[in-house]
Design a protein around this ligand. Structure first.
Ligand code: C5P
Length: 221
């Protein structure tokens, strides 16, 4: 039926930040609220898709009809994404921490121990790039790119590097992180579309409609 154009499709969505432990009480994180990713998961479920939402630590209700898998770290998110496959499409909205502490302390680090600790960081797995180049690659792979400058140029470079069909580039130089509106550019190999400043729910609806078109048309994205 036309109001459930994604019936029978499975779509994987990642959302939120990740938390990377430094010791049992401290972590590295970022300002992602999860709002945009949760809105996208809800919009896809409303169009009939079976949606697996792999969510970092956020304080948001699960959208109706969405299966949520809660994780904390990037490595847990990578495992959860793997376990949720296969999928017809993946929309990777999570703001995954690029780095984690090389050796998280098993006990709380104590100021009284003296000295100032040095954080040794190591790189986290790139979940999107891994999926974009994997044998289990969904038909449509969508990444996000939060940038504060050269938004579209960075997104173009990211398309190939991540193995994505589209990159939704968002300009986070304003109050986008945590806010309810977004300014995005949809970047694909065929060009760039700049969308007007709009609520995150409207970005979600428009992107979900584009995903419907891509998955249900004869020609692939
Ligand atoms: O490289 P950058 O972090 O800007 O890429 C953003 C895109 O890559 C987003 O779609 C994000 O969800 C994804 N990503 C990921 N795993 C990482 C880093 C980014 O899936 N470790």
């Amino acid at each position: 039926p036309s109001d459930q154009p994604l019936a029978g499709r499975h779509i994987l969505v990642t959302a939120g930040p990740t938390h990377e432990p430094i010791d049992p009480v401290r972590y590295i994180a970022n300002r992602s609220s999860g709002k945009q990713g949760f809105a996208i998961a809800g919009a896809l479920a409303a169009r009939g898709a079976r949606v697996s939402l792999v969510a970092g630590p956020v304080a948001l209700p699960t959208p109706p009809g969405v299966t949520r898998i809660d994780v904390e770290t990037a490595r847990q998110m990578a495992t959860a994404v793997d376990q949720a496959l296969p999928a017809d499409a993946a929309v990777m909205v999570a703001a995954v921490a690029d780095w984690r502490a090389a050796d998280a302390a098993e006990q709380k680090m104590k100021k009284e121990a003296g000295g100032i600790p040095t954080l040794q960081l190591v790189e986290n797995p790139d979940i999107l790039a891994t999926l974009g180049h994997s044998a289990a690659r969904p038909t449509l792979v969508v990444g996000f790119a939060a940038e504060t400058e050269h938004v579209v140029d960075h997104a173009r470079a990211k398309l190939a590097r991540k193995g994505a069909d589209w990159i939704v580039a968002n300009d986070v130089s304003g109050d986008v992180m945590g806010g309810d509106t977004n300014t995005v550019h949809l970047v694909s190999s065929t060009g760039v579309e700049t969308w007007e400043h709009m609520p995150k729910a409207a970005v979600a609806d428009r992107l979900a409609d584009r995903i419907v078109a891509a998955l249900t048309s004869a020609t692939p994205a």
